[in-house]
Design a protein around this ligand. Structure first.
Ligand code: SAM
Ligand code: SF4
Length: 332
């Protein structure tokens, strides 16, 4: 289905929960967000119904996210049911990876195609600092579990935050000897901005993709490695990343630049929050209540809201100061 600006919308991101087993400094307050009550959360069968309505409206790719999607019970059967929907060509999952050793194989068998694993640093102390409670090894085990289960291409996403002082080259080098696709994401003003004090977005903490690429290249050359070159073969995906690679490397290094270079003209997605709101743009607080429509008016009413959400997509993102909801509530 096309939106009002002629963009084809074929990608739905579904946040299945606002809960998480981490408390990343840029995504959640230290004591978490007030959890949504069970009655205000979409039930598994409602998620599947909305996914089917979306497919009937032309959605081909569904990404499950959160909060941490794997803390929600019943994800394997939800994936199985979504995979069986005619028209859905690709199902992916964004996860912090911790529960992948437990679920990766069953998810693959249920029809999950691939995963994106979020990992912001390879330094164990910084990892515990940024997640407020996590252990680096648990995320690394998640990456291995994804490869073992064949959830490929395996993509690893790091949000670049200046005050974290991440080693971008260390990440990029992981792509040389294995088909791992590292992606660096500019830190976005989502949630209330509160400065770069470790508790929210601050402009000072944003590093542009251009700067990240320069840093990687300078450090690579200093270590005797060649600089990155444009990747001809991109890993499968529906997103706005631009891919580079080290010559001869098995994997790629991608850059996603929502802050320095908006990709609104290529936007192909709508979002569904765990509490059943359609969000037309990550940066807009405008939401449409598809859960109430489904519960009170049935599938036809829900379809009307879905179509309305596509029609209401803004031309571009004009927000540079934050959003009311945090990423864990919207679904990153
Ligand atoms: N818990 C899962 C995870 O961490 O992958 C899925 C949900 S999380 C909200 C999805 C992604 O959003 C993560 O990769 C996270 O790093 C990213 N994210 C959260 N807040 C962000 C921000 N302000 N800017 C850029 N990315 C952000
Ligand atoms: Fe949880 Fe993901 Fe947010 Fe970290 S980024 S707190 S893992 S939802």
């Amino acid at each position: 289905m096309k939106d009002s600006y002629g963009r084809t919308i074929d990608y739905l991101r579904i946040s299945v929960t606002d809960r998480c087993n981490f408390r990343c400094i840029y995504c959640m307050p230290a004591d978490g967000v007030e959890s949504m009550s069970p009655a205000s959360i979409l039930r598994g069968h409602e998620i599947v119904t909305i996914a089917r309505i979306a497919a009937e409206c032309g959605v081909k790719h569904i990404r499950l996210t959160g909060g941490e999607p794997l803390v929600r019970k019943g994800m394997v059967s939800n994936v199985r049911e979504i995979a069986a929907i005619p028209g859905i060509e690709d199902i992916s999952l964004t996860t912090n990876g911790v529960l992948l050793p437990k679920f990766a194989k069953a998810l693959k068998e249920a029809g999950l195609n691939r995963v994106n694993i979020s990992l912001d640093t390879l330094d164990p102390d910084k990892f515990t600092f940024v997640t407020r409670c996590g252990q680096l090894q648990s995320a690394l085990d998640g990456i291995e579990a994804a490869f073992e289960a064949g959830l490929e291409p395996v993509k690893v996403n790091a949000v670049a935050i200046r005050s974290l002082d991440q080693d971008f080259l260390q990440f990029a080098k992981m792509t040389i000897d294995r088909p791992l696709h590292m992606r660096f994401i500019e830190y976005m003003p989502v949630g209330e901005s509160s400065g770069s004090d470790g508790s929210g977005w601050g402009e000072k903490d944003v590093i542009s993709c251009e700067e990240m690429r320069q840093i990687i290249n300078e450090r690579a050359v200093a270590e005797g490695l060649p600089p990155l070159e444009v990747a001809e073969d991109k890993p499968k995906g529906w997103g706005p990343a631009r891919y580079w690679k080290f010559p001869g490397a098995q994997g790629t290094v991608g850059f996603i630049s929502p802050v320095s270079n908006h990709f609104c003209s290529e936007c192909n997605r709508v979002r569904l929050s765990a509490d059943g709101k359609m969000r037309t743009c990550l940066f807009s607080d405008d939401e449409l209540d598809i859960m109430t429509a489904l519960r009170e008016g049935g599938e036809e009413a829900a379809r009307a809201v879905f179509e309305q959400a596509i029609g209401a997509k803004p031309k571009e993102n004009e927000n540079t100061i934050g959003t009311k909801r945090k990423m864990s509530q919207i679904g990153g």
